[in-house]
Write a protein that binds this ligand. Structure first.
Ligand code: C2E
Ligand code: CA
Ligand code: CA
Ligand code: CA
Length: 281
């Protein structure tokens, strides 16, 4: 299966072997990186499929390691989880992303509809401190809560306990948006969708990958879209890599999408040019 193939790839990935062997050194490096600006946020546009304009951006963390170069989040987020650094990392990401949005607003690059999306870990969700952190960041920056959207995986939400439900409601109570990430990969009942205090789902890119090659795929996308809307929610489609995929999504009535076809994740300094481009088109 595809999942097994990915596991096999991962097992032989030199980065992961390195993580095992030099784990304790890496943990120390990561701790230092979180505290001394060794991490960076890249931003990937979320695009309105009808107007082509940017609705917002998703913040994606990168670690610029002094000797090993760029390390991707799939490698160091698990390390941060194991080493008990995930809360500190999550707080850094939250603060940095919302401050960046504040700067773009102050520079009149974006308006009050533009949102920044932030990935939060299951650990963040379980921590009442995180709600306080969100409250504090909103107060310190004066950014409107609805311009901040927190992305949570389906697994984190569904496997969550009472406290998680409580936290989710607490976060919602602050007025921030909540989006279910990687929707469609959780293999769980979909009935929970109507009950959860969430605003949107981000459909996993595995649902897009066959668009344009697999003739059965558009019907599946249409069915998922209908299901999500029947639950009173809207969908964002991630992993769009070709013009054909974007066209099919648009024809099916999908509203928002994200993927390499529109833009790769870019450093914050590249965002003004992307915003300027959309004005011309
Ligand atoms: P995710 O939240 O599902 O993010 C989407 C991932 O897909 C990103 O990988 C992005 O670069 C990649 N991607 C975007 N468009 C395309 C496309 O068209 N095709 C393909 N093949 N890939 C695309 P990235 O940046 O390596 O992040 C991987 C995962 O790491 C994220 O998955 C998220 O779960 C986690 N992550 C990233 N930043 C953070 C963070 O600040 N905090 C936490 N807790 N997790 C994070
Ligand atoms: Ca995400
Ligand atoms: Ca995702
Ligand atoms: Ca993911």
């Amino acid at each position: 299966s595809k999942a097994e193939g990915q596991n096999r790839l991962h097992r032989f990935e030199p980065g992961l072997l390195l993580v095992r062997r030099l784990r304790s050194q890496l943990v120390e490096d990561l701790r230092a990186a979180i505290r001394n600006d060794g991490l960076m946020l890249y931003y990937q546009p979320v695009v309105d499929l009808v107007s082509g304009r940017l609705e917002g951006v998703e913040a994606l963390v990168r670690w610029n390691h002094p000797t090993r170069g760029f390390i991707m989040p799939d490698e160091f987020i698990p390390l941060a989880e194991e080493a008990g650094l995930i809360s500190e990392l999550g707080n850094w990401v939250l603060r940095t992303a919302v401050q960046q949005l504040r700067a773009w607003i102050d520079d009149s690059l974006v308006d009050g509809d533009f949102s920044v999306r932030i990935n939060i870990s299951a650990t963040d969700l379980q921590s009442l401190q995180f709600i306080e952190d969100v409250r504090n960041v909103l107060r310190d920056t004066g950014v409107k809560p609805d311009q901040v959207v927190l992305e949570l995986t389906e697994v984190a939400i569904v496997k969550g306990n009472e406290l998680d439900r409580y936290s989710l409601a607490g976060l919602r109570g602050l007025g921030v948006g909540i989006e279910i990430d990687d929707f469609g990969t959780g293999y769980s009942s979909i009935s929970y969708l109507r009950r959860l205090p969430v605003d949107r789902v981000k459909v996993d890119r595995s649902l897009i990958s066959g668009l344009g090659t697999d003739p059965g795929q558009p019907a599946l996308v249409a069915a998922v879209l209908q299901l999500v809307r029947a639950c009173g929610l809207e969908a964002v489609w991630e992993g769009v890599e070709t013009a054909e995929q974007a066209d099919i999504l648009r024809e099916l009535g999908c509203l928002s999408a994200q993927g390499y076809y529109f833009s790769r994740p870019v450093p914050p300094d590249d965002i003004p040019a992307l915003l300027a481009d959309q004005q011309e088109s």
